[in-house]
Write a new protein. Structure first.
Length: 278
């Protein structure tokens, strides 16, 4: 009799411990089931459904905003009638291309279907490709771009690394104080270090730990000259993580900001691709 009571108490204690866990637990106790297990799993499913609804709402809001911006860019293009409007036309095309890339990446990240293709490739042409992607915006804002990058071979997905460069260049343009950006790279035994230094309004010290969070907008960038979405640096961090890299930021408000990318130099890094797409 005492053994039966002990087993029953142990079983109840095990259930009580399980009730503090996340995720469904009732299947582990079938065919036994009681009210506590039932309500626990109902609550877990409702929480998951609520999170999915919130994620879908965020995705819908982002898509609605991008579609609105694309329509605005298209409207600008339609107003360009002669050669004097060619610069504005090029800017609009560049902007639409960037917005479509943003939309594509957002869809891939939210649906976990972002494919990563690692290959051995030179770094410097990737930097030049990013500058070319944004050349009309750089010219329009009278930007000086200084590049200090020797011939370096890296292991990465070139398409996604160029996307990261695009975001950092765009970030420098948006928050410019002086129209100047410096891009440098160096290579150590086990990693490649790439730095983007802009001479913009900078980031307040208390904001630095949060700049890569989804939707975060810093306190000193809300002056009204540019409305931040809080997504650009989030994408930089997220994509770089999928490339098995890291990013750091250092800033002096009112002077400059430095983004430092670390990429690992190893052909074995391709294992990460299999982990991310599986």
């Amino acid at each position: 009799m005492s053994v039966r009571i002990f087993k029953k108490r142990s079983f109840k204690k095990k259930i009580e411990q399980s009730l503090s866990q996340s995720g469904k637990i009732a299947p582990f106790y079938l065919p036994y089931i009681d009210q506590d297990l039932y309500f626990h799993d109902i609550e877990q499913l409702e929480n998951k459904l609520s999170q999915e609804r919130e994620r879908n709402n965020e995705l819908k809001d982002s898509i609605d905003r991008i579609v609105h911006e694309l329509k605005a860019s298209l409207g600008t293009m339609l107003l360009c009638q002669d050669e004097s409007d060619q610069r504005m036309l090029q800017l609009s095309i560049e902007t639409m291309n960037r917005q479509l890339s943003f939309l594509l990446l957002l869809a891939r990240l939210e649906t976990n279907v972002m494919d990563v293709q690692f290959k051995k490739i030179e770094l410097r042409p990737l930097i030049y490709s990013s500058i070319k992607n944004n050349k009309h915006l750089l010219i329009y804002n009278h930007f000086e771009v200084k590049i200090d990058c020797p011939e370096l071979l890296i292991y990465t997905d070139p398409e996604w690394l160029i996307y990261i460069f695009d975001q950092l260049i765009l970030n420098a343009i948006k928050y410019k104080r002086e129209a100047r950006i410096e891009i440098s790279a160096d290579q150590k035994e086990d990693e490649t270090i790439i730095q983007f230094k802009d001479h913009g309004i900078g980031i307040e010290r208390h904001d630095l730990p949060q700049v890569f969070e989804k939707g975060f907008t810093g306190s000193n960038t809300r002056s009204g000259t540019y409305r931040s979405t809080g997504m650009g640096l989030y994408f930089v961090h997220t994509v770089l993580d999928k490339l098995s890299g890291t990013v750091e930021v250092f800033s002096v408000p009112g002077s400059y900001t430095i983004f430092t990318l670390h990429l690992f130099n190893s052909p074995e890094i391709s294992w990460h691709k299999d982990r991310m797409v599986s």
